[in-house]
Write a protein that binds this ligand. Structure first.
Ligand SMILES: Nc1nc2c(ncn2[C@@H]2O[C@H](COP(=O)(O)OP(=O)(O)OP(=O)(O)O)[C@@H](O)[C@H]2O)c(=O)[nH]1
Ligand SMILES: [Mg+2]
Length: 328
């Protein structure tokens, strides 16, 4: 330690040692550097201080960045979680407004929605959770959108039929998401750990169907994407074809509703069991209780069986809206 350092230097050094935050440390280091006489004898010490200052600055910047890159987690509710994505102004928020009792901000200027929000859409006897999201373009994708989409059970890609080429809108959204390892597709697939790409089952919705250009634009969409995705044409504002859209959102989830009944009683249509397509009688019993499934002997099914109340085994594959009576 060079002997000719002034007492103020040691005071600053003491403040440095006692500092609790990086900001206090940084301030003390800067004071030490300012106080220290600059000559050959202090070269090494100066360099050391400068290194420590730059390191602290860097870590402060890093912290700021990671603070910005926060993510939103929306807890799943209801029978499934579906996220609406698309170009700015395509009508994502208006669709949520028309399908649920939520009232997200809808505005004629782009980039209105800045963070995700969830709302429940009633469909027959169940509720499906819809998430309103911020817009996507070739150059714009909020960081948190990646987590929201990856975590969802399905995607609705909204296209504005009243403005420029709808095919380009779809192309650009698909391309931007693929850059972030999200592949919107017709069929859900497991993520391959080799490439880490999440494949999300998607439908495309052409919105603003009451506008003049929409006829031509929807045909363009059909020609280019009709084979790759289910397509639905709606007007969210005029509430046209929303019933069809709800059904397609339900289909997107790949789930079935199973009603249960007690022997000699009527089925309970108010609160169906939610199962995946291809699930069996045993899977349905499992939703009720593990032991129940274990003890199950057989079931009677109404709906898609050859005749009403048909006796079936545990491995019988159920279909949407079947009624099941369990026997243990
Ligand atoms: N003509 C017509 N306009 C619509 C329809 N749906 C939405 N709009 C209008 O389109 C504009 C954008 O609607 P938003 O729901 O805010 O669009 P968004 O996709 O949520 O936009 P961002 O939040 O910016 O991504 C608003 O002026 C809406 O009134 C529709 O079916 N027909
Ligand atoms: Mg919006």
């Amino acid at each position: 330690m060079p002997a000719n350092l002034p007492p103020q230097y040691f005071e600053a050094e003491k403040r440095y040692r006692e500092a609790k935050t990086d900001e206090e440390k940084l301030r003390a280091l800067k004071q030490m550097l300012a106080i220290m006489p600059k000559h050959k004898g202090t070269d090494k010490l100066q360099a050391d201080l400068r290194r420590r200052i730059s390191k602290l600055k860097k870590s402060a910047e890093q912290r700021k960045k990671t603070k910005k890159a926060f993510s939103y987690v929306i807890e799943k509710e209801g029978a499934g979680q579906v996220v609406l994505v698309g170009y700015p102004n395509s009508g994502k928020s208006q669709i949520i407004k028309s399908l649920t009792n939520a009232s997200p901000e809808v505005a004629s200027y782009p980039f209105t929605t800045k963070k995700p929000s969830a709302a429940m859409m009633p469909f027959d006897h169940i509720q499906i959770q819809l998430i309103d999201s911020s817009p996507i373009t070739s150059d714009y994708l909020d960081f948190w959108m990646i987590g929201i989409i990856r975590n969802s059970d399905g995607v609705v890609l909204v296209v504005d039929l009243g403005t420029f080429d709808p095919v380009k809108q779809v192309d650009r959204v698909l391309k931007r998401l693929l850059q972030s390892k999200i592949d919107l597709t017709r069929e859900e697939k497991e993520t391959d750990p080799k490439d880490g790409i999440a494949h999300k089952k998607t439908i495309i919705v052409g919105n603003k169907a009451e506008l003049d250009k929409s006829f031509r634009n929807f045909n363009l969409l059909k020609k280019n994407y009709g084979k790759d995705f289910p397509l639905v044409k709606i007007s969210a504002e005029k509430k046209e074809n929303l019933k069809h859209l709800k059904k397609e959102i339900y289909n997107l989830l790949g789930i079935i509703r199973i009603y249960t009944k007690e022997p000699r009683e009527k089925p309970d249509f108010t609160d169906p069991l939610i199962l995946k397509k291809g699930d069996t009688v045993k899977d349905a019993a499992m939703v009720l209780h593990k032991d129940f499934a274990y003890n199950l002997k057989y079931a009677r099914v109404w709906g898609h069986t050859k005749f009403d109340g048909q006796m079936v085994q545990k491995d019988y594959i159920l279909q949407d809206e079947d009624v099941v009576e369990f026997h243990i």
